[in-house]
Write a new protein. Sequence first.
Length: 469
Amino acid sequence: MTCIGVSGKIYPQFSVEKFFAIVCVKSYTFALITLGDEENLSYHLCQTLTEDSLGCLFFCPLMSNDRIIKDVNLLDGSLLKKADLLIRDGVVAEIAPHISAPGASVIEGHGALVVPGLVDVHVHFREPGFPEKETIHTGSLAAARGGYTAVCAMPNLNPAPDSPETLALEQALIDRDAVVDVFPYASITRERAGREVVDMAALKARCIAFSDDGSGIQEAAVMREAMTLAAREDCLVVAHCEDLSQPDPARMEWMQIARDLELAAETRCRYHVCHISTRRSVELIREAKRRGVRVTCETAPHYLTLCEADIQDEGRFKMNPPIHSADDREALIEGLRDGTVDVIATDHAPHTAEEKSRGFAHSLNGIVGLETAFPVLYTKLVETGRISLGRLIEAMSTAPRRIFRIGGGLGVGEQADLVLIDLQESFTIQSREFLSKGHATPFEGWTVRGRVTKTFKNGKLIWEIPTIQ
Ligand SMILES: [Zn+2]
């Protein structure tokens, strides 16, 4: 039995991504066998092969499954460096100034910046439970359009993912519908009710981390129990901090952060704070890091780019925590600069148009963020010189990968989860173009730069900006 050739492109109409081998069984008998796992397709091809089509096959140039992404810019320290990337079997096989590989398909980068796929550790994909707001499919399409190749999905769902059974239900939807990596959170407490801590040992292999996002855990004793268990099981506790006994939203946030930092110090648990929005929160976390508490935190694009003065009487400015003063915003930017703020996550929280149409006072909390985060932050923070491009990519990709132990990055041997970004051309944010079901954004109509032009997952193109006819 002799292998005549290997190709992923024998029958282009099948758009086969896997490798197939043409095998000469006897002198005039041929068969196709898969080297992948798509057995049904292989069987089908075997059935349809005739001597005529085989004749054609011999005269077809056998193409490899390699892809070259040509003419992109890599960030090397603070410099942009021109490069080509060779993708083989979904992995970055080579990065060099000029690559040629016979048979490889070529994707033009047109001088775009290439960065490792962005990671959003705080999204609401609303399934199971609320598919009218978002589904795992529409949410992950929005992620791909925004340059994200991995997201962590929050557990305020119905049913809440608080048991192996309910997590399996969510995972089945993810397996069926997601176009990027979607890592589910499990809740910290049963039904996210803030009372009974879940069985972390039984759930930790099925979830990325534990969170009751949407509400703070009011009882210190419950949080202490959760953190003690998390420390023992080496799990990450991700906290939405909101102390309902406090008189105003700023104190609600930082008072509970202050409580949790003491508990994290006491239990030695890995503790990550969601969407911090106030100066005091930054200061408390900075100080806790200094004394060795295992704390990390995130903020969101809207807290870094907006302040109270920007709020209009519209649902698209309504979220929890709310946007605070310009002084709070400046403290968050400073925290991002000095590393106190580790991660930027969007808190992508879609609702229906009706739920966001009731003005500022009565609309539901939550805005979408996946499709605007990079260009908004690039334009408002990098182009203005507030933070470096490297720091932005660290906060949106490298740091979340490290803290949430997702792994990956841009390098030879790494999975080809990549994003191409055009830093030159400006464009206007228009929510009607969003792939998310949610359209409420405070950035509507902003003119920005840093548009995602292509997103690759395992070397496969999952988003490409439509070409203007
Ligand atoms: Zn939250």
